[in-house]
Design a protein around this ligand. Structure first.
Ligand SMILES: C[S@@+](CC[C@H](N)C(=O)[O-])C[C@H]1O[C@@H](n2cnc3c(N)ncnc32)[C@H](O)[C@@H]1O
Length: 258
């Protein structure tokens, strides 16, 4: 970001994220969506050959632990929220680091794999994040990445950002698969796999995890019944109950050239 205004907005977004995630660490530790899933297995399999891996924005530590379980001998779980790092290191055999994804406190070439799962929509400057992951990887190192994907249609993408922000004030912006691909390629990565998939979620549980204000909850409940939500989240409502709800995720495996 170039202007001071942009930097201030970025700092404000980060402060907001840290304070909300501080309270949510236990919920993320217990969350079924975070502690298991095909996406988690895929990210871990993609990184299993590494000897030293970094998980960026580790949350309660499930992805870092999946790397350990996949056989990676040394895993650093890094997050900007100190309580998340404490939760990860208290529950899993990983090292911890309090670290901003856009300014990683590690030497160039320190890791042979990096992961980041469902967190980058909180980062105000995703290009800085991509640059930093590239920098801390050794030549030949892999980056296994997953995030909420915005629809490629920009109006629908704006709708999803409004929707996600009501649910979670620390949401900054989701980006479409094509944008992530461009940032990774521009950052020097070779993209080996790029897919989008849907993850079915329990709507009430998804909303509860971030505990929004009552007014925001009401607005979310209205919005989830709109045609935009039906398109973006494949929502199905029966007898006024949300019976189907899913999120689109982008999954990518990229490599820093050897
Ligand atoms: C949804 S949780 C991540 C879940 C976790 N990756 C997993 O697989 O279980 C999002 C995390 O992003 C972290 N975060 C938000 N902004 C960050 C930033 N700029 N740098 C590092 N971590 C950040 C939050 O503290 C939070 O722990």
């Amino acid at each position: 970001m170039n202007s001071d205004g942009g930097q201030d907005a970025g700092r404000d977004a980060k402060r907001e994220a840290m304070s909300s995630f501080d309270e949510a660490a236990d919920a993320y530790l217990a969350s079924d969506v975070h502690r298991a899933g095909e996406d988690l297995n895929t990210l871990a399999e993609w990184s299993a050959d590494a000897s030293r891996a970094l998980d960026v924005a580790c949350g309660a530590g499930h992805t870092a632990n999946a790397l350990v379980e996949a056989g990676v001998p040394s895993v650093v779980a890094a997050d900007a929220t100190p309580k998340m790092v404490r939760t990860a290191t208290a529950n899993f055999p990983v090292a911890g680091a309090v670290a901003d994804a856009e300014r990683l406190p590690f030497r160039t070439g320190s890791f042979d794999a990096a992961t980041c799962r469902v967190a980058a929509h909180h980062f105000p400057d995703p290009e800085a994040f991509v640059r930093e992951v590239y920098r801390v990887l050794a030549p030949g190192g892999t980056f296994a990445f997953e995030d909420v994907a915005a629809p490629e249609d920009s109006e629908l993408a704006d709708f999803t950002d409004r929707f996600e922000t009501l649910r979670d004030g620390s949401h900054v912006k989701a980006h479409p698969q094509s944008q992530w691909a461009a940032w990774l390629r521009d950052g020097g990565f070779e993209i080996e796999v790029s897919t989008v998939g849907r993850i079915d979620l329990d709507f009430a549980d998804w909303v509860d995890r971030t505990d929004p204000l009552a007014a925001d909850r009401e607005r979310l409940d209205e919005l989830v019944r709109t045609p935009e939500a039906a398109d973006a989240y494949e929502v199905e409502v029966e007898d006024d109950e949300v019976v189907e709800f899913s999120n689109v995720k982008v999954l990518m495996r990229a490599r820093k050239p050897a």
